[in-house]
Design a protein around this ligand. Structure first.
Ligand code: XMP
Ligand code: MG
Length: 176
């Protein structure tokens, strides 16, 4: 159990279960991308732990970099376009794997995809450790999913509550 500020979190996914699943995803990615030297793009801050663990288990040549997304007021039809910060590499002609900690409404992933697609990657696939199907508001195809979870607030293994709690090996869930 973990208390942060006014909230109590209880165990949800144990560290060894996470590590086993990360290894499975990495093996699958290693097979699927054996000849493609993928560019793995982790979305900070939440995906930092997952991306690092995944990377250690991928056993084919690959590159890694990180981006951050910042919300900004937009007058586009979606109204939610986010700014992508920190990408110095060209993704044109690259096999890109975007790595997220969690897909909740899917708005963040959909925004990133839309902007990356415009830069003409050779291929683009989405990797997320956690996925809340019942919260999804976008038509997103997720290629590699660690765990489908119910629509509850989770923390740990990179995920935070108000900036805290990223540094746990287990994933915890907000107590009822
Ligand atoms: P969506 O898919 O809604 O997700 O665009 C946006 C970002 O919100 C964060 N998020 C969470 N963070 N526990 C967290 O610690 C959660 O249950 C949770 N749900 C969403 C996450 O940073 C995601 O990238
Ligand atoms: Mg995130």
């Amino acid at each position: 159990m973990l208390t942060i500020k006014d909230k109590t979190f209880v165990p949800f996914i144990a560290a060894d279960t996470i590590q086993n699943r990360v290894q499975e995803l990495a093996s699958q990615i290693s097979r699927d991308y054996a000849d493609r030297q993928p560019l793995i793009i982790g979305v900070l801050n939440g995906a930092v732990v997952f991306t690092a663990d995944l990377l250690k288990c991928i056993d084919i040549p690959c590159e890694v970099t990180f981006i951050r997304v910042a919300s900004y007021a937009s007058t586009t039809s979606t109204g939610h376009l986010k700014q992508i910060l920190g990408l110095n590499e060209s993704i044109e002609g690259r096999h890109v794997l975007i790595v997220e900690d969690i897909v909740d409404t899917g708005l963040t992933m959909a925004d990133i995809c839309e902007q990356f697609q415009a830069a003409n990657p050779a291929s683009m696939a989405l990797v997320t450790l956690l996925y809340k199907p019942s919260a999804l508001q976008k038509d997103l195809h997720l290629d590699y999913v660690g765990f489908e979870i119910e629509n509850r607030f989770v923390l740990g293994y990179g995920l935070d509550y108000d900036g805290l709690g990223r540094n746990t090996k287990d994933i915890l869930v907000l107590a009822d």
